[in-house]
Write a protein that binds this ligand. Structure first.
Ligand code: ZN
Length: 146
């Protein structure tokens, strides 16, 4: 899902949380996390292209990228995965405010998973960092070349 979609959905979520009586500071934390998680798209772009122009980064992700049936390495999103969720879940045990960050990221990822098939991305790219790294290693070794 693009940033505009996340912004609209996060605003709706903020309204619901406000109605439920959640403190505004915690609501801001949920919304911040649900929007900030996408910074890993920019980090992926910078890692691949070694370029830091914010306009180029935004334009790159506005384009539809078809990855299905491709043998090119998958994009690596360091925050869009269950490993990050597990780390945050453990941290929230010790630091309760992290629960709100976790909630924001889960909200974001559920929205992403809803639109993932439409973008024709393999679901694994926003599911598991470990599986993406294993898959990319296989692709780099020419596993799919016959
Ligand atoms: Zn996302």
């Amino acid at each position: 899902m693009m940033t505009k979609g996340h912004l609209i959905c996060s605003t709706a979520l903020a309204a619901v949380l406000l109605i439920l009586g959640i403190e505004p500071l915690y609501i801001l934390l949920v919304i911040w996390a649900s929007l900030a998680i996408d910074i890993d798209h920019a980090l992926n772009y910078i890692f691949i292209f070694k370029r830091y122009n914010i306009i180029e980064i935004l334009n790159y992700f506005k384009r539809k990228v078809v990855l299905k049936n491709s043998t090119a390495p998958l994009p690596v999103f360091i925050f869009h995965n269950y490993e990050t969720l597990l780390i945050l879940a453990v941290l929230s045990w010790f630091f309760p405010f992290v629960t709100y960050i976790l909630a924001g990221i889960i909200f974001h990822m559920v929205l992403d998973w809803c639109v993932l098939p439409a973008h024709r991305y393999p679901p694994v790219i926003k599911l598991s960092l470990i599986l993406v790294l294993i898959e990319n290693r296989r692709r780099r070794k020419g596993y799919y070349k016959w």
